[in-house]
Design a protein around this ligand. Structure first.
Ligand SMILES: [Zn+2]
Length: 222
């Protein structure tokens, strides 16, 4: 993963340099023009990425006894990104304890227009691609340490070519928001769940953790 991280950092640095160069070009054009047109500075290429500091935040809602304080610290260290392109952390609503058929929701519903890009909340390995009547088109992915599982459901479609075993960087597009499965057809949303990875064959079915207070980064595609 070190090589991948270096690669991603280098990519971001190149993009920042490209953005800065574009800003200079536009500013130059502005200052050499007639002088009456005020051009606002270009928005930053990416929203501010505020790294979390200190201890893990409090977990909102009920927590399964199999999830330890150490697990929550480790999840905080992952610096999760809101998995919707363009969705700021402040727009996320906590629907972890919302009633759903079958009991506790145990996940967040992130509302966004159909075909909005779903981005990986963390660096991950795609572990399972599945289509069913409840979640519809879904993705299960694990963090690099295989401690957590990220579940994305109701996708309209996968990113083209996505396959089990793919290593995906945080912020990469993995699919698109939709209404497959039992999502209301007029309410496209991403059902996003974080779980502690289960033991054995049912690794994708561990206890849920509410990611609501654990997002460190606003959603933005790489
Ligand atoms: Zn849901």
């Amino acid at each position: 993963m070190i090589a991948r991280d270096t690669q991603a950092t280098g990519w971001r640095a190149r993009r920042r340099r490209a953005g800065a160069a574009l800003s200079l070009i536009l500013l130059g054009a502005c200052s050499s023009g007639r002088g009456t047109l005020a051009i606002a500075p270009l928005p930053a290429a990416e929203p501010a990425r505020t790294a979390p500091s200190g201890a893990a935040p409090a977990h909102a809602g009920p927590l399964d006894a199999r999830v330890s304080a150490d697990d929550l610290e480790a999840l905080w260290d992952r610096q999760l990104m809101v998995p919707i392109d363009g969705m700021a952390r402040k727009l996320v609503r906590d629907t972890f304890t919302a009633p759903r058929s079958g009991g506790l929701h145990g996940a967040l519903d992130l509302l966004a227009p159909r075909f909005t890009a779903v981005v990986a909340a963390d660096d991950c390995v795609i572990g399972r691609l599945f289509t069913g009547s409840t979640g519809g088109i879904v993705i299960y992915a694990s963090d690099p340490d295989e401690r957590f599982v990220y579940y994305y459901a109701h996708l309209q479609q996968y990113r083209r070519g996505l396959a089990v075993g793919d290593r995906v960087a945080k912020g990469s597009v993995i699919g698109y928001v939709g209404t497959t499965g039992n999502a209301p057809p007029d309410t496209p949303h991403l059902h996003f769940q974080v779980m502690k990875r289960g033991a054995g064959r049912a690794w994708w079915d561990g206890p849920a953790i509410n990611p609501f207070s654990f997002f460190a980064l606003d959603g933005v595609r790489l």
